[in-house]
Design a protein around this ligand. Structure first.
Ligand code: SAM
Length: 340
């Protein structure tokens, strides 16, 4: 790392190296602890390579430089080993990591087996550029974990789920009180979703022709490991009692579900709006062609999260870059064949 800093172009280091600049170093080790004397020894090694001539200010430095070391393969918990890595960089902005503790799942009263971890829900919202005033839709809302993160960012939220129990009934918490998606928002003092629908993504009951109304769609589709997808059964059935009737469902294959998801995003997002979702993958067999495409959407990022030696999932970020064109979408789907 010291060699890289030494060989980093001098004109790029110069703006931070003059005598009138104050700075400090922060050293962090992932997967272990560094005692203060070890940190100081490490920092002392940086003096030569950085050539900083300014004043060290631990309280209010103009520039903060981070050294992050990842050197703990034993931390990987059975996952593929992480090679030792060293990062050095200037802090340009800092996130508020205290929110991870505040929103962590064990502190929630309404949880399900697939509730999205708080840190990941915030990462998903960052990828989707969710900000104050955004309108964010999760078509697989479950316990609302992703929308809770979006609401914390100041977004208006809107969710749907095929499971009426999730949307309407919820559960009883340890003290016997009724809890559901809505109480999760109340418990954090967040504004309620603007809408929660019992709806099947395969037959989204939105007005035909409704387009370009959402800033982001952020979701974790059902993909079978813990919660397989269902879609409204094709058989024509007229309910005797519309208030209590729960429609029959059929299995919803992942390929079909993702095609519907991309098509809904291509229709409902504004230009520049983003779709962020998780795609399951098997390390070793995965190939980038597995990531579904759509003529109105452009892939922005595809990041792997390794879950075990056998499973991983990929956080896919797409941006709407063209208006929805029904015939272009149909031609594209016909050319790519039935969803797999
Ligand atoms: C992986 S879970 C999402 C969990 C959610 N992110 C949370 O934090 O609780 C998938 C959800 O999709 C719902 N689902 C399955 N098929 C669906 C469909 N066709 N349309 C809408 N929701 C569906 C399931 O009921 C389940 O709640």
């Amino acid at each position: 790392m010291c060699d890289s800093i030494t060989s980093y172009p001098a004109h790029l280091k110069a703006p931070y190296a003059t005598e009138d600049q104050s700075f400090r170093f922060v050293v962090e080790l992932w997967g272990g602890t560094l005692q203060i004397p070890e940190q100081v020894a490490f920092i002392n090694q940086l003096e030569g390579p950085t050539q900083f001539k300014g004043r060290i200010d631990l309280q209010h430095p103009q520039h903060k430089f981070w050294v992050i070391m990842v050197v703990a393969p034993e931390l990987t918990n059975g996952l593929p080993k992480v090679p030792a890595r060293y990062y050095f960089g200037r802090e340009v902005a800092a996130s508020d990591r205290s929110i991870i503790k505040r929103y962590e799942l064990p502190s929630r009263r309404y949880l399900g087996p697939t509730s999205m971890e708080a840190e990941m829900a915030f990462i998903m919202c960052n990828q989707a550029k969710v900000s104050r005033g955004s309108l964010v839709f999760d078509p697989f809302v479950g316990t609302g974990s992703i929308l809770v993160a979006a609401a914390h960012r100041g977004a208006y939220t809107f969710g749907a789920d095929i499971d009426m129990r999730v949307i309407k009934l919820g559960k009883k918490d340890g003290g016997g009180s009724a809890v559901n998606v809505r109480t999760n928002f109340d418990d954090y003092g967040l504004p309620q979703p603007v809408g929660l629908l019992r709806a099947d993504l395969h037959r989204l009951p939105l007005r035909p022709g409704l387009e370009e109304v959402l800033d982001a769609i952020v979701c974790d589709p059902p993909y079978g490991v813990r919660a397989g997808g269902r879609k409204t059964a094709a058989r024509d059935y007229t309910p005797r009692n519309r208030d209590t009737h729960i429609p029959a469902t059929d299995p919803y294959q992942l390929g079909e579900c993702l095609r519907d998801l991309l098509d809904a995003a291509a229709r409902l997002l504004r230009i520049g709006g983003r779709l962020v979702y998780f795609l399951p993958a098997i390390p070793g067999y995965y190939s980038p062609e597995e990531v579904p495409a759509h003529p109105a959407l452009t892939l922005v990022a595809n990041c792997e999260q390794v879950l075990s030696t056998r499973y991983s999932r990929r956080l896919i970020t797409m941006e709407k870059t063209a208006g929805y064109d029904t015939s272009a979408a149909e031609a594209y789907h016909t050319a790519s064949g039935p969803p797999r």
